[in-house]
Ligand binder design. Structure first.
Ligand SMILES: NC(=O)c1ccc[n+]([C@@H]2O[C@H](COP(=O)([O-])OP(=O)(O)OC[C@H]3O[C@@H](n4cnc5c(N)ncnc54)[C@H](OP(=O)(O)O)[C@@H]3O)[C@@H](O)[C@H]2O)c1
Length: 322
């Protein structure tokens, strides 16, 4: 069981390679292991096909006696773009299949697992579920709530400012923190900035890390007016729910846009980069979020990661949902 957890964690890490490129399909990871050796590995390919299992099976060839670890239940539905993964597995006949999460897609929703079991293949479910759920948060939220997963990024001074009083904000954080933020960009489907930021900073909002420059996501501007050329118009925070192919969104500020997403109850994760500087009179990180009483602010966010990036500190918070 310890080994199962270790292999599944590796399958989740492999699945991460597809993040930001597979929507509307989830970024699944798959490892095939025999006698402690990996004989096949796969992750969902750009555009959502081939699926991770198909890639790993192709690589492994003969999977007799092997265990297949997959972060999401193998699909049970045929598609014009490829056969159902459950059927591919039944034809290949690994000794065992370990699945982290049941697929909430109503076309599968337990049918993939049932089909494997009916064919006499042992299936264990639930190993590494938390890690897989975090990795596929956008897909899962889209299936369950009909909207994408939203991360809000803020780069602040120690005193919570995101810009000088005159609007200048380059740069608050250092090089390592900014590169980390670029990596986060590469892992989402859409980046959104407020019209004020687009006007003041004219940001590119692309990915500028060597090897990942082809992974810049779509970019949108939150505005009640017209979007400038090259920007998708996002008329309201709630509008992201209606965008096809968008399961993960990164909101990059400024204060007005950030507050609008928080006020709409749409922020699921906070990325807080804090630089060891004081700005004093400047722009606060968030505008009005509609808070009526201080006690309402408590218990809303849970710290899930904290680390130093050069001299800046990154803290990651998830919204408390239970
Ligand atoms: N340090 C950081 O992390 C960081 C990141 C980004 C920006 N910044 C700084 O933040 C400053 C800009 O912040 P800001 O607050 O002035 O502007 P902003 O948040 O970038 O944009 C505000 C605009 O967003 C639109 N908007 C807001 N709520 C909306 C809603 N509910 N529905 C539709 N549209 C909505 C409106 O655009 P319309 O008026 O066009 O309708 C509004 O004027 C700049 O100084 C920039 O340098 C800092």
């Amino acid at each position: 069981m310890v080994d199962d957890a270790r292999w599944m964690a590796a399958a989740v890490a492999i699945g991460e390679r597809g993040r930001g490129r597979t929507a509307p399909n989830p970024a699944v990871g798959c490892l095939i292991v025999r006698d402690g050796q990996v004989i096949g590995r796969g992750w969902t390919q750009p555009g959502g096909r081939p699926h991770a299992e198909a890639v790993a099976l192709e690589q492994a060839g003969d999977v007799t006696g092997a265990t297949l670890f997959v972060t999401l239940e193998p699909c049970a539905h045929d598609s014009v773009r490829g056969p159902a993964c459950a059927d591919l597995l039944i034809a290949a006949r690994p000794a065992r299949v370990v699945v982290a999460l049941v697929d909430p897609d109503p076309r599968t929703a337990g049918r993939g697992i049932a089909r494997l079991r009916d064919a006499g293949i042992r299936v264990d479910v639930g190993c590494g579920a938390a890690g897989a759920a975090a990795s596929m948060a956008g897909f899962l939220l889209r299936q369950r709530a009909g909207r994408p997963h939203v991360t809000l990024k803020l780069a602040t001074s120690l005193d919570g400012r995101i810009a000088m009083a005159d609007g200048r904000s380059r740069w608050i954080t250092g090089d390592r923190a900014r590169r980390h933020a670029h990596l986060e960009r590469a892992r989402c489907d859409l980046i959104v900035a407020g019209a004020g930021t687009v006007r003041i900073d004219a940001p590119r909002l692309d990915v500028r890390i060597g090897g990942l420059t082809d992974r810049s996501p779509r970019r949108g501007v939150l505005t009640r007016g017209q979007a400038p050329a090259g920007w998708e118009r996002i008329a309201a925070p709630e509008a992201v729910a209606g965008l096809a192919g968008i399961d993960t969104v990164l909101v990059e500020g400024g204060a007005g846009a950030a507050a609008a997403f928080v006020r709409a109850g749409l922020v699921d994760r906070l990325l807080l980069y804090r630089a060891p500087i004081l700005v004093g009179a400047g722009l606060a990180a968030l505008g009005d979020i509609g808070l009526d009483a201080l006690h309402e602010a408590h218990g809303r966010w849970r710290l899930v990661d904290a680390r130093m990036l050069g001299s800046d500190r990154l803290e990651v918070y998830d919204r408390v949902t239970d």
